[in-house]
Design a protein. Sequence first.
Lengths: 318, 318
Amino acid sequence: MRLQVVSLGELLVEIMREKVDQPLGVAGTFVGPFASGAPAIFIDAVARLGVNCGFIGTVGEDDFGRLIVERLERDGVDTTYIRSLSDYTTGVAFVTYFSDGSRKFIYHLSKAASGKIDKDQVDSDYLSKVKYLHLMGSSLSINEECRKACYEAVRIVKEAGGKISFDPNLRPELLGIEKIREISEPILSSCEVVLPSGEEAKMLAGTKDAEDACQKLLEYGPETVALKRGEKGSWIFTAKDKIEVASFPVKEIDPTGAGDCFDAGFVVGLLREWPLEKVARFANAVGALAVTKKGPMEGAPTLEEVERMVRTRRWSGG
Amino acid sequence: MRLQVVSLGELLVEIMREKVDQPLGVAGTFVGPFASGAPAIFIDAVARLGVNCGFIGTVGEDDFGRLIVERLERDGVDTTYIRSLSDYTTGVAFVTYFSDGSRKFIYHLSKAASGKIDKDQVDSDYLSKVKYLHLMGSSLSINEECRKACYEAVRIVKEAGGKISFDPNLRPELLGIEKIREISEPILSSCEVVLPSGEEAKMLAGTKDAEDACQKLLEYGPETVALKRGEKGSWIFTAKDKIEVASFPVKEIDPTGAGDCFDAGFVVGLLREWPLEKVARFANAVGALAVTKKGPMEGAPTLEEVERMVRTRRWSGG
């Protein structure tokens, strides 16, 4: 089986507060574990869209790790290069949401199995056949070991003629902005497409306006910048064009993973070699469907669901 | 303030399944975080019994860590030597109970803040004034760093004329039995009192009978072996005597922490220089009261509650 898309990075389970406005430091109820990690949500969504894909990452030899690997396998992700370590525990993210829309996290990540991505896992035979390698800024931020694995994967894929997609997915609370820019630069200048949110674009480019930021990001080298605007849809920038694509109206249950699912739709659209407007519309539909269910991976739609939405629903916003 | 008792070891929060028979690897509800860690439960119980005490351990700079430190401070534990690290996350234990009485855990412990106990924290001025240093087998098992801190603390306290109490609190699932015996030996041969369960005594001594095991443990050097028999009370062994002390009948809500609270009662009784039978009766009452509330530290009783139980309740078992 030839893999078309591979992603690499943190695998973790998410343990979330059952209700809003419950601080993490006070006893209360949680629900979980849910398979998570931005690149894992991405690859699961790619698989559900019917594309052959695989993942490189690490879990602990425990029930949380088994949950993640079984989930990815069930959805069709190749897990040959997911390793399981007996002396590390699977990464965990505790998350709580507040009614003002803010979130708060506690992570066991950089010192957990999630951050132990070994050189041996970045296999040149495995990676040199893929058409797209998708990376996330969050994976670059975990630790030095994980960052090096990302850079090495980029080198192999580029050398073999494959392409890179990059979601900056910045966590300025984990690392300073300057450091984030520095570690993102090698990926930005190697990738085919960047998929930031407005805040991420501004932070990376150091501008006050999201559109200016996207123009500036193009100067790093990517063909395309896909600006994710949430319920307002997406704007696609190339050297020649700006394409504004409206979103699909949905009832939001849980926003987690929406951006990662948008990325999946976008990369799948690029693989199909559709015109950019069609790619973006498809990606908007994948992202919209993702927010309709609780849990980071639960909303990832099937190809059929996305096609039905693209075919039948009116667009909103613009 | 002169501290009478100090303990050293893992600080962590416990996240527990809300209902029985919920495996950890399937989405469901949890409750937590609850301040925990066997030596932390012990020291909290000592403080609630009105004895000046302190703790040496490490948390992460996060809401879980703050919860633990605030809880210990509120109950009167001196937290001068609890440090908070910004680049490590507070340890976490996920636990689920099954209806057959078994438990299953997933830990973020040895690579989390819990395991980062530095030489600087084992302060000779602080420790050389204490009457009892209480150690747990679980702390010896975390990692090399933590183990060395335990040994160094024993050396300081012994040299200054203080005494050591030791709860083997073995986790054979974390380390093999041979290794546990090896790392426990230096503490066994230095301590005044050992407080094992029947299973722990048999495992440490390598015998099939708990009473034989306790006799064998005396040969290592301790004056007293206090065998915890749960709802059947406790048996106290010295070179001369075996004292059988009945338990107090209570309605069990959550057994977590009962053994640690028994230890606290026993050490407090020894500090008071009571006869061993009175010490054991007091410790039985502390342990019994501990199981009447949900959460690892929630049941730790006050001195008044224990005295009321000892005074008014009939004993059960024998």
